[in-house]
Write a protein that binds this ligand. Structure first.
Ligand code: NAI
Ligand code: MG
Length: 528
């Protein structure tokens, strides 16, 4: 049970051990034959329509779009393509469910019970959910089944626990008044999520919005529409009233933009690229000034000090970058290594990348599946080329893996300099950039010299070094001697162009609450 608890509440604690075990000499990424005959996914696709007002419906235009299997580029199925008109229908349903429906008027206890029931249903159907997630996104099935779906369950239990513990304050006033501060739901929440963690992003957004009594219209990423439709069906089995949660599959500039600019959406939450974050913030400002939370890109430093245990640091730095095919907003994508341990580190980082198990994500023991799509594949290959052209040393990898789908070899560059595009831009792929440093002040300045500020990692045995770096680094999360440790209660979000606001923990609840002051004169001022 202890193992299960660690697993479900913290994505990484367990994965670190698992990946380290896989790393010990099993497979090489050279065995491309392992991907030539894709394994048949152990699941069927049952839900492909839009979820509006509790019903699965076709899009108003009747249009559909294909969702692809990243292992091959083949079509998995066609999904209803939501557009501005469908966003209007979904927002109307969410508005009605908020203004008239039972959801915001239910007791918080009743709402919490529905969230708990949903978490139980996710647990019950975890295998199909994980299989759909892997099929649509290419992430290793073991990662989806053993870490991400359990984490989803745990997060919904966490939010269910909050639902009946949200309360306001009474505050003293400088006069004969009784002053209450009520914490109320905002109304209709619009949410736009990306494709790298479709279910986890769904959870970070839907969980706090529903726990606080809001209604939701969520637009999923066009690359990964399937898992959100499946789990949203379970929400209705759990007793969620119709119209409270609406799911629109579709593209960004059409459905996404319509949601961001809708006059009847009271709050917007977005995760994705910094460029698109700017667009949705502008759309929100130009429409009804809805408040916006943004969780955007990163170029996070992972700093290995001279006193670090090198073998452990190599494994963690590898994991910090390569986890989820390198498609993580908080990837430790600038590996800073102290000059005294640099050569040893580079050799071992290269050896570790060579051992990385690349293959069909449904195959047991695979650590790395394909990238999400052609666009991301091309972008990553372009950055690899630029790394070579700008004079970094390509230690290993750098090529497509196999001949089908979007697989890329685990790639390591050493001798990376601060100004190179591979050191400044979010690559979002399996490409590790190793940089050398000498002094602590120097690495602080270099680590902070970025437009991003999502996360940072520090590897040292010295409490003083850790304390100095913790305070000096301008990032929303600092992991000391660990990386990618997530928990329902730990807030997550960025400094600078990595975003606005925080998700998870109590901070996520505040994003979905309005504060209302209620003032009543006291009849008998003697009892102030
Ligand atoms: P994106 O930011 O364009 O897409 C994320 C979401 O925004 C998707 O649901 C998309 O449909 C929606 N969207 C796109 N354009 C929109 C618009 N005009 N209005 C409203 N919504 C819109 O990211 P994309 O193109 O999939 O990936 C590009 C790069 O973004 C990646 O290479 C990576 O560097 C970064 N990225 C960062 C993520 C993160 O977790 N911070 C997640 C996904 C991508
Ligand atoms: Mg897909």
């Amino acid at each position: 049970m202890a193992g299960r608890r660690i697993f479900s509440s913290s994505l990484l604690i367990l994965l670190e051990g698992r990946y380290a075990r896989w790393g010990r000499g099993i497979c090489r990424f050279g065995t491309a034959a392992a991907i030539e005959e894709p394994i048949t996914p152990p699941v069927q696709v049952n839900y492909t329509k839009l979820l509006i007002d509790g019903q699965f419906v076709d899009s108003a235009s009747g249009k559909t779009f294909p969702t692809l299997d990243p292992r091959t580029g083949d079509v998995i199925t066609h999904v209803a393509e939501g557009d501005a008109e469908d966003i209007n229908r979904a927002v109307s349903a969410a508005r009605k469910a908020f203004d008239e429906g039972p959801w915001p008027k239910m007791t918080p206890y009743e709402r919490s019970q529905i969230l708990y029931r949903f978490a139980d249903l996710v647990e019950k159907h975890k295998d199909e959910i994980a299989a759909l997630e892997t099929w649509d996104s290419g992430k290793p099935y073991q990662q989806a089944a053993a870490a991400e779906v359990p984490m989803m369950t745990r997060l919904f239990q966490y939010y269910a626990g909050w639902a009946d513990k949200i309360h306001g304050l009474t505050v003293p006033a400088d006069g004969p008044y009784h002053v209450q501060v009520l914490h109320e739901p905002i109304g209709v929440a619009g949410q736009i999520i990306p494709w790298n963690f479709p279910l986890i992003m769904y959870t970070w957004k839907v969980g706090p919005a529903l726990a606080t009594g809001n209604t939701v219209v969520i637009k999923t990423a066009e690359q990964t529409p399937l898992s959100a439709l499946y789990v949203s069906k379970l929400f209705h089995e759990a007793g969620l009233p119709e119209g409270v949660l609406n799911v629109i599959s579709g593209y960004g500039p059409t459905a996404g933009a319509a949601l961001a600019s809708h006059m009847d959406v009271d709050k917007l939450a977005f995760t994705g690229s910094t460029d698109t974050g700017k667009i949705v913030l502008e759309l929100a400002a130009r429409s009804n000034l809805k408040p916006v939370t943004l969780e955007l890109g990163g170029k996070s430093p992972f700093i290995i000090c001279e006193d670090a245990d090198i073998d452990h640091a190599v494994e963690l730095a590898h994991f910090a970058l390569f986890f989820n095919q390198g498609q993580c907003c908080c990837a430790g994508s600038r590996t800073f290594v102290h000059e005294r341990v640099y050569d040893e580190f580079v050799e071992k980082a290269k050896a570790r990348a060579l051992k990385r198990v690349v293959g069909d994500p449904f195959r047991s023991g695979v650590e790395q599946g394909p990238q999400i799509d052609t666009e991301q594949f091309e972008k990553i290959m372009k950055y690899i080329k630029s790394g070579v052209e700008s004079g970094a040393t390509l230690e290993v990898g750098g090529e497509r893996f196999g001949s089908k789908g979007y697989y890329i070899q685990p790639t390591v560059f050493s001798d990376v300099k601060d100004g190179m595009p591979i050191a400044t831009d979010e690559i979002f792929g399996p490409v590790q950039s190793i940089l050398k440093f000498k002094e602590l002040d120097e690495v602080i300045q270099r680590a902070n010299s970025t437009r991003y500020g999502l996360a940072a990692g520090v590897f040292t045995k010295s409490i003083d070094t850790a304390n100095t770096l913790t305070r000096a680094l301008r990032a929303g999360t600092v992991w000391i001697n660990c990386y990618d440790v997530f928990d329902a209660a730990i807030p997550f979000g960025g400094f600078k162009m990595s975003g606005h606001g925080r998700e998870k923990g109590i901070y996520s609840l505040q994003n979905y609450l309005q504060v209302k002051a209620v003032v009543t004169p006291l009849k008998n001022p003697a009892w102030l």
